[in-house]
Each structure stands twice: as structure tokens, then as C-alpha cells.
Write a protein that binds this ligand. Structure first.
Ligand SMILES: NC(=O)c1ccc[n+]([C@@H]2O[C@H](COP(=O)([O-])OP(=O)(O)OC[C@H]3O[C@@H](n4cnc5c(N)ncnc54)[C@H](O)[C@@H]3O)[C@@H](O)[C@H]2O)c1
Length: 260
């Protein structure tokens, strides 16, 4: 079993919980985050904890992981860290996009749309291509990304991100289809509404979303980052070797429940 995982967006929310969980599972953690101001403090808390759990087998980089220069600069370092061994997991858990509607007071611009789809969708493809070319994804490696119900439901402020989610799902499906023959699988995990930093940025009505979700969800609560981390941990088990090109729901049945 490979000993390292690579998490894009590993400082807060789902990415941070996954880093902690996989650190506890025994993996070394390589992670990217992009935090300024107050967010840096949260990042430091996560890094300190992951550092402790892993006994120092932890490398966090605070830079834009969606930039090609970042990939080209850091992939050689990643190779050094893993001693050339493939990573067990490449996880995309980045939240960085424009949360606005397509029409109305602030209609999304082409630049915002392109940026959102690139950072939250296409960037996973370029990371996968470059890691694969370097032998850092190989038999047993998993590629994963996080998706949401916004992949097929229209929601306030979620238009551009929903396009990115659909793009990411298509990319994941195609990666799994092309690389499955080499034992590399690709899957999306669909999380339910989770109170994280990103959620508060989607809409001013996020608190109402949370209350509504608790009523709507068959299990009467929102998803936690730890739920998602546990699912990802489970998907790294050898028993999940044959799960490929799929969307795995980690939402307590929320997306199967009609609105009330
Ligand atoms: N919160 C939810 O309700 C929910 C539901 C389903 C799916 N998701 C998805 O989960 C993923 C993680 O979101 P979250 O809710 O944990 O949010 P979050 O804001 O807590 O975490 C986002 C992470 O992305 C990092 N980041 C942002 N821009 C980056 C960049 N350019 N380069 C590197 N790192 C960058 C941040 O530093 C942070 O670590 C997102 O793709 C989001 O769409 C969230």
C-alpha cells in the first residue's frame, strides 16, 4: 500500500477532516491550501494537528493549486517526498469560485465562469495528467473529487459552481474509463449540505439552508466533514478496488428526499 495521499484543499472543511482521518489511518499527508487573513489561523490549527498525528509526515503548501506553475513547481517535490512511489489518493477538495446567479444584479462574467470551472473542475484533470506522467499515480491509486446535489438541481448563487461540478464529474468518469486498465480508479463523492466555510459563501441564506436541510434529510441532520472523510477512508480499502467511474453519495439520503 502506498503511504502518501495528496489533498488539494486540505486546510478546512472536507479536505481537513480527510487529512486528519487519513493521517490516523497511517498515511503521510501532502496538501495544498490557499488561505489568506483569518483563514490562515484555521489552516495552522489543521496543519498542527495533522503534523502531530503523522509525527511530521505532513507537507502543506499555501499556494494556488489550480495554477499550472504550481503543479510544475511542486510535482518534483512531491516525487521526492514519496521517494518516487505513487500516491494512494489524489483528492480535489477545493472550494474557490464565483457564487452568483447567471442573471440579475451581478450576472456572472465570462472570466468568473472560466475561473470557477477551471479551479473547481478542470484543475483535477491537469493534476491527474501530470502526476500520471511522473508515475505518481499507478496501480491502486485513486482519484477523487467532491460533488454536490447542485450537479442537477438549480440553486441560488450556485450556477457557476454547478457547471464546475458537472465538468468535474465528467472528467472523473473519463479518467476512470481511461486509466482503469492500469488499476487507477476515479470516483466522485457527493456530500450533502455541510456547514463549512465554503457554504457560508454560497448564499446569504445559508443558515436557512442548514435548517431546511435538517428537516429534509431522512437522517434529520446535515452532513459533517467527518462523514465524508470516513467515506473516503473506506474507499481506500482494497475492497473498493473495483469501484470506478461512480458517484458515491455521502448525504444520509438527502438528495433522494424531495423538498418538504
Ligand atoms: N460544504 C458543502 O455543503 C459541500 C457539499 C458538497 C460538496 N462540497 C465540496 O467540497 C469541496 C470542499 O469544500 P468545503 O465545503 O470543505 O470548503 P472549505 O472552504 O472549508 O475548504 C476549501 C479548501 O479549498 C482550499 N482552496 C481554495 N482555493 C484554493 C486554491 N486555488 N488552491 C488550493 N487550495 C484552495 C482552501 O484553502 C480550503 O482548504 C468543494 O469542492 C465543495 O464544492 C461542499
Amino acid at each position: 500500500m502506498s503511504e502518501w495521499v495528496l489533498i488539494l484543499g486540505g486546510s478546512t472543511g472536507h479536505g481537513a477532516a480527510t487529512a486528519k482521518r487519513l493521517a490516523n489511518d497511517g498515511y503521510g499527508i501532502i496538501a495544498f491550501h490557499f488561505d489568506r487573513g483569518d483563514a490562515k489561523k484555521l489552516a495552522v490549527e489543521t496543519i498542527t494537528e495533522v503534523n502531530e498525528i503523522t509525527g511530521g509526515r505532513c507537507h502543506y503548501f499555501n499556494t494556488n493549486a489550480a495554477a499550472e506553475e504550481t503543479m510544475d513547481k511542486y510535482i518534483p517535490q512531491i516525487k521526492e517526498i514519496t521517494s518516487g512511489e505513487p500516491v494512494k489518493l489524489l483528492l480535489h477538495s477545493i472550494a474557490f469560485g464565483t457564487t452568483t446567479n447567471l442573471f440579475g444584479e451581478k450576472p456572472v462574467t465570462q472570466r468568473q465562469m472560466d475561473m470557477t470551472v477551471h479551479v473547481m473542475g478542470n484543475a483535477l484533470l491537469y493534476w491527474t495528467q501530470k502526476l500520471y506522467a511522473e508515475g505518481l499515480l499507478a496501480n491502486g491509486s485513486r482519484v477523487m473529487g467532491l460533488t454536490s446535489e447542485g450537479n442537477y438541481v438549480a440553486m441560488e448563487g450556485y450556477g457557476p459552481v454547478s457547471v464546475a461540478k458537472v465538468a468535474m464529474e465528467a472528467i472523473i468518469r473519463q479518467i476512470g474509463w481511461e486509466l482503469g486498465q492500469f488499476g487507477i480508479t476515479a470516483n466522485a463523492v457527493q456530500a450533502g449540505v455541510t456547514p463549512t466555510r465554503a457554504l457560508t459563501k454560497i448564499t446569504e441564506g445559508w443558515e436557512r439552508w442548514i435548517e431546511n436541510t435538517k428537516k429534509r434529510n431522512p437522517m434529520r441532520r446535515t452532513t459533517t466533514p467527518e462523514d465524508v472523510a470516513g467515506t473516503i477512508s473506506m474507499l481506500l480499502q482494497p475492497e473498493a478496488d473495483f469501484i470506478n467511474c461512480s458517484i458515491i453519495y455521502c448525504d444520509g439520503g438527502e438528495s433522494r428526499s424531495g423538498s418538504f
